[in-house]
Ligand binder design. Structure first.
Ligand SMILES: NC(=O)c1ccc[n+]([C@@H]2O[C@H](COP(=O)([O-])OP(=O)(O)OC[C@H]3O[C@@H](n4cnc5c(N)ncnc54)[C@H](OP(=O)(O)O)[C@@H]3O)[C@@H](O)[C@H]2O)c1
Length: 349
């Protein structure tokens, strides 16, 4: 993996765009060379166009770049997308049609039948949808997506357990305010409060979980044949989405078998030592009061899922808690890992 690959970001000025910039700093394969955003930002230096919301400042190498219009032209072939969902559908398609590889974080294309909704540890084979996508749409480029930021907690938590035949899942989330972008939820609403509604989130979590844990069948993904019920809540946490999950199995394992499956879980990104892959994708915490977002979300560069409190459930088979960092494993880091998997498959050549 000697060759360096030039990359760009669509939506570079936003919350997730900034996480991309931070995550790509010193990346061993990818060189960030191009930044796109709306007409409001195009033509300005990045430092003037973006109000930096993360710790420290935008890297010097990026702060001086001029933000471009979100139109194909001089953009690199590989683009990460963090665009506002109100505009992502058409702009991402336009880039894919023009030959770009769009690795998107937006919700817009995730549930399209020929678009991979990728979590490299769970469904790397879903990349096999790409030839059909290109054929059907007449594209030289392609669109690959990563899941909703809370869905990734649920699916990473469930992935080691899939072998026991998941039949029903009930997931209740406690989601951080950074998941709503900037400025996001008004402080008067979220301080010392819980908001039991995040528009569209429950539907996304239910459908995306079934697709991610589903099986590749030639030209589509057969969704996991399990009922999934989600309740999503916004809580006064800055970063890190927590999910309390109950799960039922057709072949009910012992609790020890489940723990063993979690501890042993490892997949293609770990075997190939992809640069952003956590050494252990799902980390079981034995303390009775963990995982916690403030203490655990940032660990392992924000790329691992933390699981704990596995115990019998009196309604379904077992229950447990899962946590992931929403803007890293749930957004920028997820998309970068997707692109690393694609590179390791020779799909960026
Ligand atoms: N926040 C999270 O944790 C999270 C997690 C997973 C997925 N997502 C998804 O990621 C995407 C970005 O979220 P965010 O929180 O980063 O949003 P955000 O802070 O509002 O940023 C939106 C970005 O889209 C750009 N944009 C807006 N209108 C545009 C247009 N007409 N043409 C081109 N670019 C345009 C903005 O550029 P200007 O600055 O020029 O307006 C900005 O760079 C959304 O689709 C969101 O659903 C977010």
């Amino acid at each position: 993996m000697e060759t360096r690959i030039e990359v760009g970001i669509l939506g570079a000025t936003g919350m997730v765009g900034q996480n991309f910039i931070k995550f790509l700093e010193n990346h061993p394969w990818f060189d960030l060379k191009w930044l796109g955003a709306s007409d409001r930002s195009a033509g300005k230096k990045y430092r003037d166009a973006a109000s930096w919301h993360l710790g420290g400042e935008a890297p010097d190498s990026i702060a001086g770049l001029t933000v471009e219009e979100s139109k194909p032209g001089n953009a690199p072939r590989l683009l990460f997308s963090a665009m506002d969902s109100s505009v992502a559908t058409e702009i991402e398609r336009t880039f894919a049609q023009a030959g770009h590889i769009v690795v998107s974080n937006s919700k817009n294309h995730r549930m399209e039948l020929d678009v991979p909704l990728l979590v490299p540890e769970i469904n790397p084979d879903h990349l096999r949808l790409i030839p059909g996508q290109q054929r059907k749409r007449g594209w030289k480029g392609q669109i690959v997506t990563n899941p909703n930021c809370a869905t990734v907690s649920v699916t990473m938590g469930l992935a080691p357990m899939k072998q026991f035949g998941i039949t029903r899942v009930i997931a209740t989330t406690m989601q951080a305010i950074s998941g709503a972008g900037y400025p996001g939820v008004p402080s008067m609403d979220i301080n010392a409060n819980v908001i039991p509604f995040i528009g569209g989130e429950e539907e996304k979590m239910e459908q995306e979980t079934q697709k991610i844990l589903g099986e590749f069948r030639g030209d589509h993904i057969a969704p996991l044949d399990a009922k999934v019920s989600a309740q999503c809540n916004r809580v006064p946490v800055v970063d890190g989405h927590t999910a309390a999950i109950s799960v039922e199995f057709s072949n009910k394992p012992s609790q020890a078998d489940l723990r063993h499956a979690i501890d042993e879980f490892s997949s293609v990104p770990q075997q190939r030592k992809l640069p952003s892959a956590p050494a252990q994708p799902v980390i079981y915490m034995t303390q009775t009061d963990r995982p916690q977002p403030r203490k655990d979300a940032e660990r392992e560069r924000g790329m691992a899922a933390f699981v704990g409190r596995l115990r019998p459930c009196s309604v379904l088979s077992y229950k447990f808690v899962a946590l992931t960092h929403n803007t890293i494993r749930g957004a920028a880091g997820a998309a970068v890992l997707n692109a690393e998997l694609m590179h390791s498959e020779g799909l960026l050549d």
